[in-house]
Design a protein around this ligand. Structure first.
Ligand SMILES: [Ca+2]
Ligand SMILES: [Ca+2]
Length: 204
């Protein structure tokens, strides 16, 4: 004998949003090129300790290039923003400039326009300047794979003001990637949103 049983299962799943995820601050694993910088090493750049890379020029010359930040992304994330902090100063009371751009293809192309970001510090004492942010993608639409080690790079250009070139001194550079995880149902969790209700009708 068979018997039909209908059961209704109503599952209401109300998932309050989580804050958009980020990778936490990361520092470079590799110096691809030091350009016109002296002491452009991970040992100097990865710690805020007043041990600095330096460049003496009042024009941007050959850039330093950093890579291998070990972001730990799976490759399915939506990239929402990229933020970099650079701690730097001039060697005297003049302007020091640091300009940054990002490569998604191992240095073949770098971000331009609003993806070429310059900050300056008019001081002989280090200041921390912010480049990009949680919703700033540097004028490029990123796939998560483009941030992988061996692919992603930061170009670091420095110069200093004054008729006689002063020294632009970079103590510390770190980067954070903001992203949204892809959810199992293809929906994405976004900051400030509530997830959909799931209504399931089950027949046995
Ligand atoms: Ca410092
Ligand atoms: Ca340092």
């Amino acid at each position: 004998m068979t018997k039909a049983i209908f059961s209704f299962l109503i599952s209401v799943l109300l998932s309050v949003s989580v804050l958009a995820a980020d990778t936490g601050w990361k520092t470079a694993g590799t110096v691809e090129a030091s350009g016109d910088w002296s002491d452009f090493t991970t040992a100097r750049l990865n710690t805020s300790d007043d041990s600095r890379a330096e460049v003496t020029d009042n024009n941007y010359g050959n850039a330093g290039v950093l890579s291998d930040f070990n972001f730990g992304l799976s490759g399915t994330e939506t990239i929402d923003g990229i933020e970099i902090e650079a701690e730097f100063s001039c060697n005297t009371l003049q302007n020091a400039y640091i300009r940054l751009s990002l490569s998604w293809n191992d240095g073949t192309n770098y971000t331009t326009g609003s993806g070429l970001i310059e900050n300056s510090v008019f001081d002989g004492t280090d200041s921390t300047e912010t480049y990009g942010g949680a919703s700033d993608t540097w004028n490029h639409s990123w796939s998560a794979g483009e941030l992988a080690d061996g692919t992603f790079r930061i170009k670091v250009e420095g110069k200093a003001g004054g008729a006689t070139p002063r020294i632009s001194r970079l103590d510390y550079l770190r980067i954070k990637v903001y992203y949204t995880e892809a959810a199992a149902d293809g929906e994405t969790k976004k900051l400030g949103q509530f997830s959909i209700f799931t209504l399931q009708l089950k027949k046995k």
